[in-house]
Design a protein around this ligand. Sequence first.
Ligand SMILES: [Zn+2]
Length: 1050
Amino acid sequence: MQRTGHEFYRKTRNNSIVKLVRERYIRDDIPCQSEACKSTPSCQEATPTSSALLTGDATHYVVPDISASTLVAIRYLEILEQEELRNIIVPQTVMLSLQQHDKSRTYKRLRQVVGDPRRNSIVFYNEICSDTHVSRLPGESSLHREERALRKLAEWYHQHTGKRIIILSELFTSSSSQGVEIYSVEQYLKKMWPEHTTLQNLREVLKEAEIEEDLDTIRLFSSIDSKKGRPVAGYTEYRSSADLEAGIKSNRYISGIIRINASNRDQAFVANNNSPLGDVMIVGNEDRNRAVQGDTVVVELLSEVNQATPSFGISYDGNDDEELGYQASVEPNSTKRRPMGRVVGIIQRNWRSYVATIQEDGVEQGGSMHLAIPLHPVIPKIRIRHQDVKSIANQRIVVRIDSWPVSSQYPNGHFVRSLGPIHQLDTEISAILVEHGIPESQASRGFGEACMREMPTDTPETPWRPTEEELSTRRDLRNIDIFSIDPPNCQDIDDALSVHELGDGRIELGVHIADVSYFVKENSHTDLEARARVDRFAGKLTKGLQLPHGGLLTRKDLYYLIVSVIWTLDNNYKVVDTWFGRSVIRSACEMEYEQAQELFNGADTVKGLDKKTAQKLKKSVVKLVDILRVVRERRLGKGALELESSEVKFQIASEHNITDIIPKKELEVHEIVAEAMIMANASVAERVHQRFKDSALLRHHPAPTKERFKLLEQAAATRGYQIDYTSNKTLAHSLEHIADQSSDDPALVSLLKTMATMAMNEAGYISSGNTTFDHYYHYGLALPYYTHFTSPIRRYADVIVHRQLMECVLETSVSPSPATPSLLHSNSKLLNLCLNLNLKTRESKLAQRDSAELFQSLYVLQQLKNGPIIMSGIISEIRSNGFFVYVPRLVLKGPVYLKDKSGELMVPLSIVSGNSSDDNAYMTNCSYDSDNQTYVAINAADLPRPIKFQLFDHVQVSLKLHMSHAHRHQVYMTLVGFEHRQAANVKLSTKTLTEEIISGEHKEVQATKEKSKSAKASKAFRQTAQNDSVYAILESFRQMNLIEDSEESQ
Ligand SMILES: [Zn+2]
């Protein structure tokens, strides 16, 4: 090893520049991490092929010159972020340079590119590698040295891999040679991506963009404040970082993430946990001082007298319940006054890609600067440059913010690409994906070549078969009747069941799951790919990649490799022994839910099953239901909750035509299969934790927080019900009691249960080492340990759990090699993975909610063509300007406004007349009285007595659509009449309809087996689109959420 000095400059807090000297050790064993490297043994030793990152089949590798001093280059970072670009070698010197110049955002973005395994990109330690290290020559400029260093690195790579190496630089002047080419980004795109107009256009746009990082750099490197302009709109320059730091220390400032109130964009909040006063409120655009939703800001507290009360009205442009977690911080109906503040600095921008629409009036005016209105109502309009605005008018476009100088009323940004014409289903679905950070092209792409090569060949001509040797290591269950119960046409069956009577009164109950960890090794290409995407695109794992018999496919004469959980039960169905391990099975039958239910109901013959099989399986199914009913009852006795989810099925007849919205129907068999899966997940969780005390991947559902249950408590009290949520047991009791007492009002029961579900905390993945035993408890399921094990083909967490279980039962490490440390044993690595999985799950949940709203609005749009849509509903929430009504028939919650934006009352005459056509005429001279919580009363001189609307009152509403250009159409409702909540007064027809729907919904929700729903839905989708369409993508993240809702009762 060799020692060398290294010096660099660093900006200090007070903006002076100091020279630092560091010593480095030079090494000669740094591997190139390329599959193409065949000649250098030290590379191959250090990186076994399974973890090589640069692909062997690439035409070229890219070495970008993005250092802090090359101003031009930073702006092109967005090009590198495009997922088409792969095999990028980022020199560590580039990373260092960004770090040293406080380019933390650029640094993070670059790290993200390199950290995404799908990009096959790496950081190379060129400075400590003896072959690529370059010392500065006397009198040499840093640019020249950098150029030499990158060149040397490129040449070294060319020698190792034989690939064309392309250095991207806007400044380097030397010419290409020896397999090393130097291009500007423009030249590179023209040469290597000539057809890719999106990339070409993006570069054009970026060339013009004023990027905030650039501005900072200009300030740092030049003394002229050329870019600063005169402040406008009441904005002020941000304070220096030294000021901010001192202010935070002395509690004069607080820092935190800024959240904007979706129902009143003039109000923003920054959480302030240190103060009993609670969150700091920021009122108005001026005091928000260019902060954007999600930015980490520094807020100066205004004097104590300045306090304000958060408003609590219904938003007039949709997106009302902003983010799920937000409700907790802005406590509804709270009249508590809050301290006010003003943004004086930004610690971290949280800018992302935004979906937007060009402001309509701007299109007529022409010109090159335009305002784009983001889809998300709390994001400010963004000023972008576009030469041909007519071509993107009436389209949903993707834009990015580049900078927000003090001299500009709106942030400056740039156009990235168009998603298509507004209000088209495809466009709007793409918009939802972008808004939730779900890469669309990634989703529709199958698994790559490299992944496919890792799978054994398995074609109809040469089917893959396990070797005798492999079979001999597995428990042989081929003589046992094992069957699967799934929705019709299920393609990716990954679980099966068995009930085997031992003859002495004991029974073996088995759950059998596809042995995915046998085929997918840790850190293999497939594993990395799945890790990056699988929790969202769970369904895709099998679409792009058929696991040979790891998935239980419908081939009769084949054996399946399985991981089994087998419980030995005594005659009271108590577990006396549990066996976990690898096995081999033969499938006796793939049943559909309906078939299994019929067998259980007593049918001797069932359509689609031959008589012999039916007879054989009938006994098993009956026994299975018998056992799992008992298991389920016991779990409910311990406090497990039966909550509501509002899953619906959309019937889509053609691309733009949603013909119906149907609440799901549920069979008992669904519940039974789900119970078996819950039982398996719980057993595996406990087993895995025995060995992995500090790093078991578990699933935790925390007990509810008080604040979130308060509203529900108060709401239930208006009907005289008590909700006791001291424990899950008391809560289950309370809900049961309400159901009994209100059996004549199923809509109310369903609504209260939905509200309880909403008030729950979200379940999430945890690493056992990060918390203590009492934090493992799953509140909703009432289980001490829980995890996800039963869907490894569709969820990545399950793959990890399979590997951990295998280490337990095989008593040996399943890590690929000692060189690459396994994730399984590292609490911190696992914790990171959990955070990531939880984040993505949450985004996909929000995306799912958005897509349901999209479908509902399209449905209303179509139905309105046939005349008014009058529905029965129930008041679900009272706000300061109206209330929300829940329509069970469509599983839809929508606002009824009683005041307009300016606060004027608008009480429709139809309430009195009962005539729906009167809903456009308003009562005059009336007054409004409300506690913003349980009732609204309307009083008018010509009314005999006030009309009072109370929470949970039944009403008749007419569904309307608020048509929008820049946003999705929003469903709202007008009141057309009352229904008395006493059952006797309800018109029979409505009542029957409601009951029918609600009762179906009820049963469904409890412990639904997710697949039935998703398959039904995907069938509906399939009528119109092939598998890789956006519908399929949407479907795959629906699946993910359905699993959550059903097994978890979240
Ligand atoms: Zn090499």
